[in-house]
Design a protein around this ligand. Structure first.
Ligand SMILES: [Zn+2]
Ligand SMILES: [Zn+2]
Length: 146
């Protein structure tokens, strides 16, 4: 088990959450993949291990983990909605609306935003895993040339 996985299991124990077999399986499937994955991908991963959970079941469990602040949910546009355990190293994405390209974005860039949201809005933001939509350079150049 990875550190992130152990941390998640421990956090759940501390909250007295009931760790059913289904919940455990979904957490393990999230742990096995360091990158984000869709509900369907989690289902596939479980199926490959010989377990069948329905899509609504997997969905319900990832939503439960999200509500507990352990999983991030991000709409990556064309790539769909993805889930990921919130690890120590957060990251975000720039998603091109025209070609669907996804560029990784360092979390450090969010610090200034978090700070002003706290200061100016008295709001504690949870910026776990964000997608910022826009146009990549190639697509901008392409449309400028048209
Ligand atoms: Zn990501
Ligand atoms: Zn593009």
């Amino acid at each position: 088990m990875s550190d992130t996985c152990e941390r998640v299991i421990e956090a759940l124990r501390q909250r007295g959450a009931r760790l059913t077999i289904q919940r455990r399986l979904v957490i393990e499937a999230l742990c096995d993949e360091p990158d984000h994955q869709s509900v369907q991908a989690i289902q596939e991963r479980l199926r490959a291990k010989g377990t069948h959970l329905t899509e609504p079941t997997v969905y319900r469990i990832v939503q439960w983990l999200k509500a507990l602040g352990l999983v991030s949910q991000t709409d990556l546009g064309q790539s769909g909605i993805v889930y990921q355990l919130i690890g120590d190293r957060r990251h975000h994405h720039l998603v091109c609306l025209a070609c669907g390209r996804v560029i990784d974005l360092d979390d450090g860039i969010m610090d200034a935003l978090r700070e002003s949201v706290r200061r100016d809005y008295d709001f504690e933001p949870r910026i776990d895993h964000m997608a910022i939509f826009g146009l990549c350079r190639d697509c901008r150049e392409r449309s400028a040339g048209e």
